[in-house]
Write a protein of this length. Structure first.
Length: 598
């Protein structure tokens, strides 16, 4: 926490009208590290009075912020990006990046691995960048008149004050995905972050102030969720509620907003099917399913909640998938040693930059047969302790080879200056090293209640005949850690099929035909994300259209991006976030008829 304090980003008060404010009654709540139980900070526990003042501040600021030109708002948003991350260097490259501090805060209060947290900072910044540009493209329309002396115009104007309620699983990105388009359109915002992860939200808001977002345009209140939510719903000054969270809470917000006829956008729970057809590439399906299921320890609304596998490849897929899941390292997200490459016996290796540049090829048993070729620049931290010596920075790069041995960590061989093609006789000193692979490390669940829910779901499945293929219990690390788990032969009468587990449990469900797979996939009230793996273009198109979901991934397990619309159907929500369509929920359409112009 000292690094965060030194950067001036450890905020424990709410933000109202540009001022850092304690709860009016002095109450605080603890923010804990789910990996250790350590109390990180005591933050203000706010309620309806503080929320009312935040709304008033946002409403006052709306009349000045909305009158700025789109270019002026865009400039302020872009400066916020530069303070969040080094994502776009250009003219503002002298500004200090706070990417590491934000990622550290996320890992401390949410538990996700540092790599994932760093990725979320980039992901969160991408929404601000995208909507900073979209601000300049809020176009109206001219309608051909029915009478010669009239002109018919369509204007798009900001809706007003927005209440944004965000979850704990993506404590930065879910804020920027809502605040980005709201500010870009000219709206002002009152953010209510999760009481489990308020520190990231407060740090991001601090950087927004530094970037020139005016006082009152962005306010943050946290603490008493029912009181804050009620005030946002009942206020006539709040014209829109945007919420990401459970379906049950979303329904309450929808009902509570009816009295003031607010615009509501909801991104709610999912029950994502992941369909593996018998013509799928097994390696691609295993890798994609692993990422779709175990990202953020299974705590995302688009996680693969049910993995449907065609009977012809069920055993083969299950065997490969279990091996892949076995490779997941469980531990505190701050510990580099707990992060390693997924089991190299099944497929390709994903790597991320963490130090001096080297080149690398991915190889796997038997021998040195290249499996996936050159993966591009890879960085190995100069601080990683090797058995015999440290990795050294080499500005010219060195050729590295990874010998992939089943059930062992990859071995690295230094082969000198990179030749045109690596040869077997270029073997020198063999050094063991741990690489960094995105999404292949699992942190804790958010709290004890989350672990108890996972235990309940797994217990229900085994009591009804499902089999534990891997894991199935709390991890020896204690706290809120749970073992990566695979459950076989899950049926549609089990909680693992019917409801969202929100944890590191992968249920495998066999099916016979394409029609059965579609029926099983759609047999739910949820409709957020779905995935499929197949080599058939015809099938991918046919099944994509048949699936009752807002997002469909074909041969890919990670599909979210700022340029594509994100949202669900059925009871998974209303509206879309991200993409050009993400602006629409923050705009009102006004028709202007100009007459007697003849």
């Amino acid at each position: 926490m000292e690094k965060i304090r030194a950067a001036g980003l450890l905020r424990t008060r709410g933000l109202i009208g540009g001022q850092w404010v304690d709860a009016y009654d002095g109450k605080t709540i603890e923010v804990q590290n789910p990996a250790t139980g350590e109390v990180l900070a005591n933050v203000a526990c706010m309620g309806n009075r503080e929320t009312a003042d935040a709304i008033t501040s946002a409403n006052t600021t709306f009349y000045t912020w909305s009158k700025l030109t789109a270019s002026e708002r865009s400039k302020a948003l872009r400066k916020w990006i530069f303070l969040l991350t080094v994502y776009i260097p250009q003219r503002h490259d002298l500004l200090m990046s706070h990417k590491e501090e934000l990622a550290l805060l996320m890992t401390l209060e949410q538990g996700k691995p540092m790599k994932e947290a760093l990725g979320e900072v980039n992901y969160g910044a991408s929404f601000i960048e995208f909507f900073a540009e979209e601000a300049k493209r809020v176009y109206g329309d001219i309608i051909p008149p029915t009478l010669a002396d009239r002109r018919l115009l369509v204007l798009k104007q900001p809706i007003g004050v927005v209440g944004a309620i965000t979850p704990w699983n993506f404590p930065l990105a879910m804020i920027t995905r809502k605040v980005g388009p709201a500010l870009a359109c000219g709206c002002t915002v009152v953010v209510k972050p999760s009481e489990f992860t308020p520190l990231t939200a407060l740090a991001a808001a601090d950087l927004a102030l530094q970037a020139g977002i005016p006082a009152g345009a962005l306010n943050v209140v946290m603490g008493n969720a029912p009181e804050i939510g009620d005030e946002l719903m009942q206020s006539t000054q709040v014209r829109k509620i945007t919420f990401t969270g459970s379906t049950a809470v979303g329904k309450k917000l929808m009902a509570g907003s009816a009295n003031t006829v607010k615009k509501v956008s909801l991104e709610l729970g999912g029950n994502a099917p992941c369909i593996v057809f018998d013509d799928a590439d097994i390696d691609v399906a295993v890798k994609g399913s692993l990422a779709a299921k175990f990202r953020n320890s299974g705590q995302t609304c688009v996680c693969a909640n049910r993995i449907l596998v065609q009977e012809g490849i069920y055993e083969k897929f299950a065997s490969a998938f279990v091996k892949a899941v076995q490779s997941l390292q469980v531990g505190n997200g701050l510990e580099e040693s707990t992060s390693q490459v997924a089991n190299p016996s099944f497929g390709s290796v994903d790597m991320i930059p963490v130090g001096p540049a080297y080149k690398c090829t991915h190889e796997k048993n038997p021998g040195w047969t290249t499996a996936s070729g050159h993966l591009g620049p890879v960085r190995i931290s100069s601080t990683i302790q090797l058995p015999e010596k440290r990795a050294r920075s080499d500005p010219n790069g060195s050729a590295l080879r990874i010998q992939l041995l089943e059930n062992e960590r990859p071995a690295v061989q230094f082969c000198g200056a990179a030749p045109a093609q690596l040869r077997k006789n270029e073997k020198q000193e063999l050094l063991e090293i741990t690489f960094y692979s995105f999404f292949h490390m699992q942190g804790p669940l958010i709290n004890e209640a989350a672990v108890e829910k996972v235990e309940k779901f797994v217990g229900d499945a085994t009591s009804k005949g499902a089999s534990i293929m891997l894991g199935g219990k709390r991890h020896s690390l204690g706290m809120s850690f749970y073992e990566p788990t695979v459950v076989g032969n899950v049926s549609n009468d089990m909680l693992l099929f019917r409801e969202e587990v929100f944890g590191p449990v992968a249920p495998l469900i066999p099916f016979k035909t394409e029609e059965e797979a579609i029926h099983l996939a759609n047999d739910t009230n949820a409709g957020l994300a779905a995935y499929m793996f197949t080599k058939s273009i015809a099938r991918s198109w046919r099944v994509s259209e048949a699936l009752e979901y807002g997002l469909v991934g074909v041969n890919e397990g990670l599909i979210s991006t700022e340029v594509a619309p994100f949202g669900g159907v059925k009871q998974s929500g209303l509206g879309r976030e991200g993409s050009k369509y993400g602006m629409d929920d923050y705009l009102e359409i006004k028709y202007v008829c100009m007459g007697n112009l003849g």
